[in-house]
Design a binder for this molecule. Structure first.
Ligand code: MG
Length: 255
């Protein structure tokens, strides 16, 4: 069931969105060769707690981190670790979420570690662009799959693959609510979008095949990789659909 939020509830959600956005940016500023993803995780957890919020991912389904930290061919759900040290030329998707006042914020960004090659840079740019293009479709009266169709058109138009098994989602009191928000689809399909729907739009785009491998129990059962070992990028914003015009970006530092 899709929970439609009242205007006052959307207002309340801004704080969770703001803390999630600031935690993401500040953690991203620490990305450099030699830092471990556990160090990033500890920073993010402390920052989120200092704001009076709780890390949304910590303990979620038994997840052991406050962030997901997914390096290179890891698409999403990378578990932070002391032994996962960033190297020059890597890319890392950092996903942060915060809960405050009973509301969740959820957002992600993929960062370059030092200098990266031109093709990987293009992957980051196209994935970010596909996210904003998808977000622009999150308008009252459009259909849910208009979002995925647009993401897919941008990503595949650039020669990249769009992950099928992992998708965006509704956000509210729970981090994962209905509806699922795929990054692929057909124009005019899926439920009609309505004011008060809050969704996380999160393209996961692969340099090569969209096929995935994992997660593996021996690694803790979370991290998903590209099947061909090529890099994947991941960008995410939580947005609220408005009665008119473009959606409101809730995971914003503006609030
Ligand atoms: Mg999400």
């Amino acid at each position: 069931m899709i929970h439609i939020k009242k205007p006052a509830e959307i207002e309340e959600m801004k704080l969770a969105g703001k803390i999630s956005a600031k935690a993401l940016r500040k953690t991203g500023e620490l990305v450099r060769p030699g830092i471990s993803t556990l160090d990033l995780d500890r920073f993010a957890e402390e920052y989120i707690r200092m704001q009076g919020a709780t890390p949304a991912f910590l303990g979620y389904g038994g997840f052991k981190g406050s962030i997901c930290a997914s390096i290179n061919d890891a698409i999403v759900h990378g578990i932070p670790g002391e032994d996962k040290i960033l190297q020059e030329g890597d890319i890392i998707s950092i996903d942060t979420g915060a809960v405050i006042g009973g509301w969740v914020g959820d957002n992600a960004w993929t960062y370059a570690v030092g200098e990266i090659d031109a093709e990987t840079q293009r992957l980051l740019e196209v994935t970010e662009q596909s996210m904003w293009a998808g977000i622009d479709q999150a308008r009252s009266g459009n259909h849910l799959e208009d979002i995925g169709h647009t993401v897919q058109t941008v990503a595949e138009g650039a020669g990249f693959g769009v992950v099928r098994e992992y998708v965006g989602h509704g956000v509210g009191h729970d981090m994962h609510e209905d509806p699922n928000v795929p990054n692929f689809g057909r124009k005019g399909r899926g439920p009609k979008l309505k004011a008060g729907m809050v969704i996380a739009i999160e393209p996961m785009v692969c340099a090569g095949t969209f096929r995935t491998r994992g997660p593996y129990p021996e690694e803790g059962g979370w991290t998903v990789y590209t099947a061909d070992g090529k890099c994947a990028a991941h960008f995410e914003r939580t947005v609220a659909i408005q009665a008119d015009g473009a959606p409101l970006i809730l995971t914003s530092e503006e609030w």
